[in-house]
Design a protein around this ligand. Sequence first.
Ligand code: PLP
Length: 368
Amino acid sequence: MTSFRPTVAEIDLDAIRHNVRTLTPEGVELMAVVKADGYGHGAVEVARAALDAGAAWLGVALVEEGTALREAGVRAPVLLLSEPPLGSEKDALGADLTPTIYSERGLAAVAEAGEALGRTPSVHLKVDTGMHRVGLHPPGDAPDFARRVAEAGCELQGLWTHLARAEEDEETTRRQLAAFEEVLAGVSAVAGRPRLVHAANSAGAILYPEAHFDLVRVGIAMYGLDPGGGLAARAGVRPALAWRSAVSSVRRLDAGEGVSYGHRYRLEAARTVATVPVGYADGYRRALSSRGDVLIGGRRRRVAGTVTMDQILVDCGDDDVAVGDEVALIGRQGDEEVRADELAALCDTIGYEVVCGIGPRVPRRYVP
Ligand SMILES: Cc1ncc(COP(=O)(O)O)c(C=O)c1O
């Protein structure tokens, strides 16, 4: 679709490649987690860049996300990070997506789909060691379950778990890893050691070498954002996404004027106020009203008053600002930078939600 509005998300694929190389531990494979349209960055383009940089696997949440990668011609191994919904198994196996399983029902459905397609499904068993979201629970059931995987005619290619607090709590993480080691020993004793054992998300990959096993499943840090605790800076990754727009209107207003809906921003002195065509319908959160900064002309400027559906107003003081001037909503201008993590903190959320929330109205442009 032609886009007339200057508001775009620009994705630096070189940053993705740099981050993948930086985050891949020696002798360990990396799974690039590209669910939720690559955390808002574009799953297909990020997947290709990550694979270029040596990623061995891709991870998605939905069967639909996996089949979309296949339709775009991506051939690399893809792991479904949750059990495929009942009824989707044939599509998943038909597209050569690798199912995660953790329920008897899920195992039976995948085995049946494999039989119907005349192939032996490779599966990864997920064990719940403390996240308590999905996964086989209690973990002590894993050896028996692994035996039944073989009996059902499936190959147990992988065994994994997910860390709940790797970025913030060592005790919980060590407890989860100890439980997982026990599961691994039990499963290996009855079914042999699965080829791919994995546990680490970004924070686990950066902080816990003992969580690396055979593969790390990296999402947020590959996009150059912080998993928490300042770990992105520690890992040396670079943000891949810049969110840019341009000034669409400028006016000089007198002292005492109120700005935007509700006039919640009152000018104490005469000010130049710029309009920028982005709003909460694009994922520029309303919580940034009078709190967020954007960059214009290399300087930080405060969002003036209420963020509206399609536009924001920006207090530019006495500076010369003109229609067409570039605006950085996220990203750099000169020495100044606004990070997704900064906007997240102002909105009492995490960088993950800020980038995933950049809406479909915002075209993604790729810098190769
Ligand atoms: C199962 C699983 N593994 C790995 C990841 C990647 O996590 P992160 O983005 O913190 O690296 C996620 C993302 O939420 C996930 O759900």
